[in-house]
Design a binder for this molecule. Structure first.
Ligand code: G4P
Length: 526
C-alpha cells in the first residue's frame, strides 16, 4: 500500500530550448491550477541570450528564482511540484542536476523550429534515468512544420517513440484548433491571452455530423485522413512504455493563448508517475519506506552579502521529513536538525512542518552541504545523482589580492560546491582551474568572489577543451599516466584524477598510449 500523500504527488520539470515557451507554459499551469491569478507573476528566468555582460541581471534573477525554484500547487486532488530550470544555456548543468530530482518531465518544442540543440541535450539527460516525457508542441498559432514531419523529427532526433494524443487542424492563420484523439473532442482555437476556457465540442467519432458545423469540408477531410494515418502509424498510448521513458505522448497547442493547456495538464495529472523508487549506491530506496531519506540537488547562494548562508534544496525520496528532527548527513557522518525548513507554494516560501516523498524543502545551510549529499535517519546511503559532464572552457585562476588568499580559496570551494562551475587542481603548486560550459559563469564567479568573499581574481584562458575521468583496474597504470602526462593531469573536487585534453586528437593519443587506463566522459561510471 502506497501512502496517499505519496500517491498524490507529481514532481516534474518543464524543459525546453530557450524561447520555445517553458516560462509561458509554467505560468499557465499555475494559472490553471489556481496558484496565481494573473499572468506575469513568473519572472522570466533568462537574460539576453547573446550577451555575456548581463550577468548582474542573471544574478538578480537567480535571487528571484529562489522563490520560483520550486512551485507547488494543488490540482484535482494532486499536489503538483514544478521544479524550475534555468533558461540560459550557460547554466545547463544546473538544469541537468534538477532533472535528477524529478519523476517526469514535460518537454516544450517550438512548432516552427522543431528539435533544437538544447532539446536534444536535455533529452539525453532524461534518458540516462529513463525519465518519462510528455511533449508539448507549442506556438501552433504560427506557420510551423508539417505535423507528420515534426513527429518524425522528434522520433529521429530525440531517439524516443511518440504517440500523438491530440491533432492540430491547420496552423498559423488557419489554425482552427485541435482534435483530442483520447477524449474525442474538438477544441476550437480562439486567440485569447486572458481567458482560460476554450470551446470544447464533444463528438462521438470523426463521422459525427456536428464536426461539419465547425470545420470546412476540406478541413474535415484532411483531419479524417490524417487521423486514419495516425491510428495506423502510432496506435494507442501504451502507458507502461511511457512510464519506462520509451514512449512520449504528444500534445499540440499555443501556451501564450492558453490553448491546449487544460488537456495537457489533465492528462499529465492522470498519467504522470508519483514518486516510486530511487537508486542509491547501496540499494534501491522505495518511496513508501517508513524511514526518511532525501538528497540535495541544488544549492542557492543567499544574495545578501551580510548573510553567507545558502539554501540547499532537498528532494525527499522516502518516509516523512519533519521539522526539528535530527537527520544523519552521511558524507559528514554528522547529525543535523533543521528548525526553519521552507516549502514552496506557487511563488511563496513558508515554514514547513512535514514533507513527503516528491516534495522539495529548502534548508538554510551555513556550509554543510554539497550537491549530491544524502540525509537519512541513520542508514549509510548515497543516492546516485546526475554526474558532472566535461566542461568546454577551462581557465586558470589568478589571485589578484594576495592578502585575501584564504577568502579566495573558500569562495572558490563554496561556489563550485554550489555547482556554479567545476574546480580542478593541478600540481605542482596547487594551480586552480575552473571549467565551465559558458563564459558567463566566469563573470558570475569574479563578481560573486568580490561581493560575497571580498576576494579578487582574474582568469587566464587555457587551451584545454575536454576533461576525462580516469580509472584503471591497476592503480599502477594511473600513476604512470600521471607521471608521463602531468601537464594534462588534474584532480576533480573529490580528488579523482582527470585528463585534460586540448582536442580529440590529444585525447585519442593518450588513449592509445595508455591502453590499460579507461577514460570516462562523465564523473560517474560503473
Ligand atoms: P522560454 O521560457 O522557453 O525561454 O520561453 P518563453 O516562455 O519566455 O517564451 C518565449 C517567447 O515565445 C515569448 O516571447 C513568448 O511570449 C512567446 N510564446 C510563448 N508561447 C507562444 C505561443 O503559443 N505562440 C506564440 N506566437 N508565441 C509564444 P517574447 O517576445 O520573447 O517575450 P514576451 O515579450 O512575449 O514576454
Amino acid at each position: 500500500m502506497v501512502h496517499p500523500e505519496i500517491e498524490k504527488r507529481k514532481t516534474f520539470a518543464i524543459i525546453s530550448h530557450p524561447d520555445a515557451g517553458k516560462t509561458t507554459l509554467t505560468e499557465k499551469f499555475l494559472l490553471f491550477g489556481g496558484a496565481i491569478n494573473t499572468a506575469g507573476t513568473v519572472k522570466r528566468n533568462k537574460a539576453n541570450q547573446s550577451s555575456t555582460s548581463d550577468f548582474m541581471e542573471i544574478e538578480k534573477q537567480r535571487g528571484i528564482s529562489v522563490a520560483t525554484s520550486v512551485m507547488g500547487f494543488e490540482y484535482n486532488g494532486k499536489r503538483i511540484n514544478i521544479l524550475d530550470t534555468p533558461g540560459h544555456k550557460d547554466f545547463a548543468e544546473d538544469t541537468y542536476r534538477t532533472l535528477s530530482a524529478v519523476d517526469s518531465v514535460i518537454l516544450v518544442v517550438d512548432s516552427v523550429k522543431g528539435v533544437e540543440e538544447q532539446t536534444q541535450k536535455l533529452m539525453d539527460v532524461c534518458r540516462m534515468r529513463n525519465t518519462p516525457v510528455i511533449i508539448f508542441v507549442n506556438k501552433l498559432d504560427r506557420e510551423g512544420k508539417d505535423t507528420f514531419d515534426l513527429l518524425d523529427e522528434l522520433e529521429n532526433n530525440l531517439n524516443i517513440s511518440v504517440c500523438p494524443l491530440s491533432w492540430p487542424i491547420g496552423q498559423g492563420h488557419n489554425f482552427k484548433g485541435v482534435y483530442n484523439i483520447f477524449d474525442k473532442q474538438l477544441n476550437l482555437f480562439k486567440p485569447d491571452k486572458s481567458k482560460i476556457t476554450e470551446p470544447v465540442i464533444q463528438v462521438n467519432d470523426l463521422e459525427d455530423p456536428l464536426l461539419s458545423k465547425f470545420l470546412q469540408p476540406k478541413e474535415l477531410k484532411t483531419l479524417q485522413d490524417d487521423l486514419e494515418l495516425v491510428d495506423g502509424v502510432y496506435g494507442k498510448l501504451d502507458n507502461d512504455l511511457y512510464l519506462e521513458g520509451l514512449l512520449a505522448p504528444v500534445f499540440f497547442g499555443s501556451a501564450i493563448n492558453n490553448f491546449g493547456i487544460r488537456e495537457l495538464l489533465d492528462t499529465f495529472v492522470s498519467i504522470a508517475p508519483s514518486p516510486k523508487s530511487r537508486e542509491a549506491n547501496e540499494r534501491m530506496v522505495m518511496a513508501n519506506e517508513k524511514n526518511f531519506t532525501g538528497f540535495v540537488f541544488k544549492i542557492h547562494a543567499n544574495l545578501d552579502p551580510n548573510h553567507r548562508d545558502r539554501i540547499a534544496f532537498l528532494r525527499i525520496c522516502s518516509g516523512k521529513f519533519e521539522r526539528n528532527k535530527f537527520y544523519y548527513h552521511t558524507r559528514l557522518n554528522k547529525k543535523l536538525k533543521f528548525s526553519n525548513p521552507v516549502d514552496f507554494m506557487a511563488n511563496e516560501k513558508s515554514l514547513v512542518e512535514e514533507a513527503w516523498p516528491g516534495d522539495v524543502v529548502g534548508l538554510y545551510d551555513s556550509g554543510n552541504f554539497k550537491i549530491g549529499d544524502t540525509l537519512t535517519e541513520g542508514e549509510e546511503l548515497q543516492f546516485k545523482g546526475i554526474p558532472s559532464f566535461s566542461p568546454e572552457i577551462f581557465k586558470e585562476v589568478e589571485n589578484r589580492d594576495p592578502l585575501k588568499s584564504k577568502q579566495l580559496e573558500k569562495g572558490l570551494q563554496q561556489l563550485t560546491e554550489e555547482g556554479v562551475a567545476q574546480l580542478f587542481v593541478q600540481q605542482p603548486g596547487n594551480r586552480k582551474i575552473i571549467g565551465t560550459v559558458g563564459e558567463l559563469q566566469y563573470e558570475v564567479i569574479v563578481f560573486r568572489l568580490q561581493h560575497e568573499y571580498g576576494a579578487k581574481c582574474a582568469f587566464r584562458p587555457l587551451t584545454f577543451r575536454k576533461s576525462s575521468w580516469l580509472t584503471s583496474k591497476d592503480k599502477k597504470n594511473i600513476n604512470e599516466i600521471i607521471q608521463r602526462r602531468h601537464h594534462h593531469i588534474a584532480t576533480d573536487k573529490d580528488g579523482n584524477p582527470v585528463f585534460l585534453a586540448d582536442n580529440d586528437w590529444t585525447l585519442n593519443l593518450a588513449k592509445r598510449d595508455f591502453p590499460n587506463v579507461e577514460f570516462h566522459s562523465t564523473s560517474e561510471f560503473n
